[in-house]
Design a protein around this ligand. Structure first.
Ligand SMILES: NC(=O)c1ccc[n+]([C@@H]2O[C@H](COP(=O)([O-])OP(=O)(O)OC[C@H]3O[C@@H](n4cnc5c(N)ncnc54)[C@H](OP(=O)(O)O)[C@@H]3O)[C@@H](O)[C@H]2O)c1
Length: 270
C-alpha cells in the first residue's frame, strides 16, 4: 500500500489496519511533504515514510490523502512510477488510486492519473473512533476484487456505502460536515446548561453523553426522529417549552440550509 499524504485522515484509516495486523507495516510506503513529519511518523507508526513519493506511487494500491489544492503537485511523480506500479499489480487489473480528496471528481482524478483505476472515497472524522461513514464511487476499470479490497479497507473504521458519484456531495455535506454541525449543537446546549447553573465541565460531559445516547437510541430502535421527539415531549412540559424556542429561532431551517450550503460548496470546489 502506498500512501501519499499521511495527515489526519490517512492516519485515521491506516492506524486501525496496522494495529489489527490487516496490513504488514513493512508493506506500507508513505510520502509526506516535510522531513519533520516524515521522521515523526516513521517513528510513531514504525512504517517507511519519505518526502520522496516515488516508492509510494510504485505500489499497486495508493491512498491519496493530500489537501485538494496539493493535487497537481503530486501528479508528476505518479506518472513516473506508473510502469513499476503496473509490474506490482495482478495481471488483468490496473494499479488502483483511492482518493479521499473532498470535492475532486473522478473525471479529474482519471485525467490527472492516467493508467490507474480511480476510486473516490468520502470518509468522515468519526473514523478516528471506528464509528465512521464512508461513501465510495468507482471510476472506469475498477475490478470486482479491487472493489472488495477498498470496501474492506474502509470497513475497518465504520460503515461503507457504494453511491453514484452525484450523491457524494450531499453525502459529504451530511456526514463530513455534519460532525461540526452537531458539535456546535453540543457546545450550545452546554452553554445553555452553564447559563442555567451547571459547572462547565459537567455541562460539556452531559451534552456529549446526551448526543451519543440519543444517536444510539435512534439507531438501536430504528426510530424516526419525530417519534423520539414525541416520546420525550409531555403536554405543557419542559421539552415542549424548549422546542417552542427552537422553532421560534428557525433551527430546523438553519440546519437544512447548512447541509445545502455544504453540498453546494463541495460542488463549487469540484
Ligand atoms: N479531515 C477530515 O475530516 C476529512 C474528511 C474527508 C476527507 N478529507 C480529505 O482528506 C484529505 C487530507 O485531509 P487531512 O485533514 O488529513 O489533511 P492534513 O492533516 O493537512 O494532511 C495532509 C498531508 O499531505 C501531506 N502532503 C502535502 N503535500 C504533499 C506532497 N506534495 N506529497 C506528499 N505529501 C504531501 C502533508 O505532509 P506534511 O505533514 O509534511 O505537511 C500531510 O501529511 C483532504 O483532501 C480532505 O479533503 C478529510
Amino acid at each position: 500500500l502506498g500512501v501519499v499524504g499521511l495527515g489526519r485522515m490517512a492516519q485515521a484509516l491506516l492506524v486501525p489496519l496496522l494495529e489489527e495486523g490487516l496490513i504488514e507495516r513493512s508493506a506500507v510506503r508513505a510520502a509526506v511533504a516535510s522531513e519533520a513529519s516524515a521522521l515523526r511518523l516513521a517513528q510513531e507508526l514504525d512504517i517507511q515514510v519519505s518526502t520522496d513519493p516515488a516508492r509510494a506511487w510504485a505500489a499497486p494500491v495508493v491512498l491519496l490523502a493530500v489537501k485538494p489544492q496539493q493535487i497537481e503537485s503530486v501528479a508528476a511523480p505518479a506518472a513516473k512510477a506508473l510502469a513499476e506500479a503496473r509490474e506490482a499489480t495482478p495481471p488483468g487489473t490496473q494499479p488502483l488510486l483511492i482518493s479521499v480528496l473532498a470535492g475532486v471528481p473522478l473525471r479529474r482524478l482519471e485525467a490527472l492519473f492516467p493508467g490507474r483505476a480511480c476510486v473516490r472515497a468520502v470518509p468522515n472524522t468519526p473514523a478516528l473512533v471506528k464509528a465512521g461513514l464512508t461513501g465510495l464511487s468507482w471510476g472506469e476499470g475498477v475490478g470486482d476484487g479491487q472493489q472488495e479490497q477498498v470496501h474492506q479497507l474502509f470497513a475497518q473504521v465504520g460503515e461503507v456505502l457504494h453511491l453514484p458519484e452525484p450523491q457524494l456531495d450531499p453525502f459529504l455535506a451530511l456526514t463530513s460536515s455534519g460532525p461540526a454541525f452537531l458539535a456546535l449543537v453540543a457546545e450550545s446546549m452546554a452553554d445553555g446548561a452553564v447559563a442555567a447553573g451547571l459547572p462547565r465541565t459537567l455541562a460539556q460531559h452531559l451534552a456529549h453523553r446526551t448526543l451519543a445516547g440519543t444517536a444510539a437510541l435512534l439507531h438501536g430502535r430504528e426510530l424516526h426522529p419525530g417519534q423520539l421527539k414525541d416520546m420525550v415531549t409531555s403536554p405543557a412540559g419542559t421539552t415542549a417549552a424548549g422546542l417552542r424556542e427552537l422553532e421560534r429561532a428557525g433551527v430546523r431551517s438553519a440546519l437544512i440550509e447548512a447541509v445545502l450550503a455544504a453540498a453546494e460548496r463541495s460542488r463549487q470546489l469540484a
